[in-house]
Design a protein. Structure first.
Length: 157
C-alpha cells in the first residue's frame, strides 16, 4: 500500500509541473462508505483537460473499526455534462483499489486488495475564485460493492 501512496503523491506532483494553462486542483474530503459503515478522510486531485473532462485521483483512509483498516485509491475520469445556476453537474467513472487489513490477534493478520469500478455523480459548486465544493455520490462495484457519500473541497493550484 505504501507504494500506491507514493504513486498517488507522484500524480499530484505531476499535476503541479505540467502544462501551465491546464486547470489543476488539490484538496481533501470526508466520506461515508456503506460496506465499511465508517467515515474516511481523503486527499484529492483533479487535472482538467478541457472544460468538460478531468482526471481525478484520490486516496481515502477510513478510520479503524472492529480491528479492520480500510483504504482506497480511486483513479477516476469526470465528465461535466450540464451547468446549473449554482454549479456544474458531472458524471464519475473509474477504477477503485480497496485495501484492507484485519488484526486477528493470536492468529495473525489478514490483508488484501479488491479491484472494482466506480460510477457516480457529483456537483462542483464554486466558492470564490479558486475553491470548489464537490458533494458526490458514487457506487463501487466489482470485487467489493458499496455506496460512498461524501464531499471534497478543491483548491486551484
Amino acid at each position: 500500500m505504501k507504494n500506491l501512496l507514493k504513486v498517488f503523491i507522484c500524480l499530484i506532483v505531476l499535476f503541479t509541473v505540467t502544462e501551465a494553462n491546464a486547470q489543476k486542483k488539490v484538496g481533501g474530503g470526508v466520506w461515508y462508505a456503506t460496506d465499511m459503515e465508517n467515515v474516511g478522510i481523503s486527499i484529492n486531485g483533479a487535472y482538467f483537460f478541457s472544460d468538460n473532462f478531468s482526471v481525478a485521483p484520490s486516496f481515502t483512509y477510513f478510520l479503524e473499526k472492529n480491528n479492520v483498516n480500510w483504504s482506497m485509491l480511486d483513479l477516476d475520469v469526470n465528465y461535466s455534462f450540464t451547468e446549473l445556476d449554482f454549479g456544474m453537474l458531472y458524471a464519475i467513472g473509474g477504477l477503485n483499489l480497496t485495501f484492507y487489513s484485519m488484526d486477528l490477534g493470536a492468529w495473525g493478520d489478514v490483508s488484501g486488495t479488491n479491484t472494482s469500478f466506480n460510477a457516480g455523480i457529483g456537483l462542483g459548486m464554486p466558492l470564490g475564485d479558486n475553491m470548489t465544493l464537490c458533494p458526490e455520490v458514487r457506487y463501487t462495484f466489482g470485487d467489493g460493492d458499496f455506496l460512498r457519500i461524501g464531499v471534497k473541497l478543491l483548491i486551484e493550484i
